[in-house]
Design a protein around this ligand. Structure first.
Ligand SMILES: [Fe+2]
Length: 296
């Protein structure tokens, strides 16, 4: 069976219709979806009325799921996270100034999920359970098309570089937010290749984002500036797809090659209830056979 795939932009994103992901699926369909993710980087589905268990069941068909890092309100050590401004105990929007609202603003930085882990995520899957009528879009930027648009000399400059990704660094960019020491203790800095290659189609991209702190072997500030410049390259309009959520939308994105961010919304006025599952990556990003001078 061929899926009905409609491209959303020239460089990334596709909407897939006529499929219900909340029930059982043939392995062949799952393989087609995996292949579509390799090709389009962001997949959008409408009218997917997931519950937590059906979302976990669907997501697991892509691979083992990551457990969530956070231990806020008992969310830690579960394979599904609660991205919301609603207190599940009271079913009310958090009061002004609540630390959860402050923490949520960190999602407005361009980032790729869990790049602060030794084995970063393959893909994330986000289910829109309740969505604000305005704002709270999710934007996606392709680091693949942005990489391919670089001059050959610029691509060669990236080859072999390694970046340090550090959760403490990325959270230090979120005004007013101090992550719990217990959380920070779980995520010491890690190193990732700056250039990644999709094993399915051989296409390359640069790998950066808010968690990427600096380049190993370079002065810290020089590396920081360089990594931010790459983010800016990917964030150009021709490389961005903006998803405007409807209730029951379900979006899958390839964390290996796209950045994403949330746009602001009136979080003290409108309810936003999203659930995310995250499929774990398959291994470290740096080929252990590669010897990097100055990287001990
Ligand atoms: Fe994210």
């Amino acid at each position: 069976m061929a899926l009905a795939i409609r491209k959303l932009t020239n460089n990334l994103g596709a909407e897939i219709d006529g499929i219900d992901l909340t029930g059982p699926l043939d392995n062949a369909i799952v393989a087609e979806l995996r292949s579509a993710l390799d090709d389009y980087s962001v997949l959008v589905f409408r009218e997917q009325d997931f519950k937590n268990q059906t979302q976990i069941a669907f997501s697991t068909q892509f691979g083992p799921l990551e457990n969530m890092l956070y231990k806020r309100e008992g969310d830690g050590n579960q394979p599904i996270s609660n991205i919301t401004n609603v207190d599940r105990h009271t079913d009310e929007i958090y009061p002004t100034g609540h630390s959860r609202l402050t923490a949520n603003t960190g999602n407005e930085l361009w980032h790729t999920d869990s790049s602060f882990k030794p084995v970063p995520a393959l893909c994330s899957m986000l289910s829109g359970r309740e969505v604000p009528p305005i704002g709270a879009d999710t934007q996606f930027a392709t680091c693949r098309a942005a990489y391919e648009a670089l001059l050959e000399a610029e691509q060669l400059e990236l080859e072999g570089l390694v970046a340090e990704h550090n959760y403490a660094w990325s959270r230090s960019q979120v005004p007013g937010y101090v992550p719990p020491a217990e959380t920070l203790a779980q995520v010491p800095p890690v190193r990732h290749a700056l250039v990644r290659t999709n094993p399915g189609n051989g296409r390359k991209n640069f790998y950066t984002g808010a968690h990427a702190s600096h380049i190993i072997g370079w002065p810290v500030e020089k590396g920081r500036k360089f990594l931010k410049e790459l983010v800016a390259r990917a964030a150009q309009p021709e490389f961005v797809y903006t998803h405007k959520w409807r209730q029951y939308d379900f979006v899958i994105w390839d964390n290996r090659c796209v950045l994403h961010r949330a746009t602001a919304y009136e979080s003290e006025k409108y309810r936003r209830v999203m659930r995310r599952t995250t499929v774990a990556g398959t291994g470290p990003t740096i080929d252990e056979s590669v010897t990097l001078s100055g990287v001990a």
